[in-house]
Design a protein around this ligand. Structure first.
Ligand code: TYD
Length: 137
């Protein structure tokens, strides 16, 4: 599964903490960052995401509050809890993801390797499973 939780290097001193994220292939964030968006004011019983991407790489950070992410590569499913701004969830292409259990204070920052492109989305779960089987052949 090309999803992994990363502990981000935090510069902490008596004033507080600062995390800087730099992206480039081969570096800690392994892609050039073309787009940033953030999700907030999500109701605790709402689910977001529920799609996969063909090419997109992303890093998700709950900079405030908490949420859960289910990642499914078509074979294995894994649930991640984002509950600390020092944690980043890296997701490569070909992963179905669902975001849920948002706390009211949750601000989920997303760094993305590509501009927004509707053609990069797979929004139908059965179509995703079929494409995952195709890739693993
Ligand atoms: P949507 O794909 O439903 O969000 P989620 O993945 O959290 O379920 O996106 C909500 C709206 O925002 C939709 O109209 C598309 C738009 N949008 C952009 O304009 N740019 C973006 O980078 C993203 C991720 C979404």
């Amino acid at each position: 599964m090309s999803a992994k939780l990363m502990r981000l290097r935090s510069n902490e001193d008596q004033r507080g903490a600062l995390i800087a994220l730099e992206g480039e292939p081969g570096r800690e964030i392994p892609f050039n960052i073309k787009r940033v968006y953030y999700i907030f004011n999500t109701k605790p019983d709402e689910r977001r995401g529920c799609h996969a991407h063909r090419r997109l790489q992303q890093l998700l950070v709950a900079v405030s509050g908490r949420c859960s992410v289910l990642v499914d590569d078509g074979v294995t499913k894994e649930e991640f809890r984002l509950d600390d701004p020092r944690l980043g969830l890296y997701m490569g292409p070909g992963n179905w993801r669902e975001l849920y259990s948002f706390t009211p204070d949750c601000v989920l920052l997303v760094l993305a390797s590509e501009h927004y492109d509707e053609d990069d989305y797979i929004r139908d779960y059965e179509a995703f499973r079929a494409s995952a089987r195709e890739v693993s052949r």
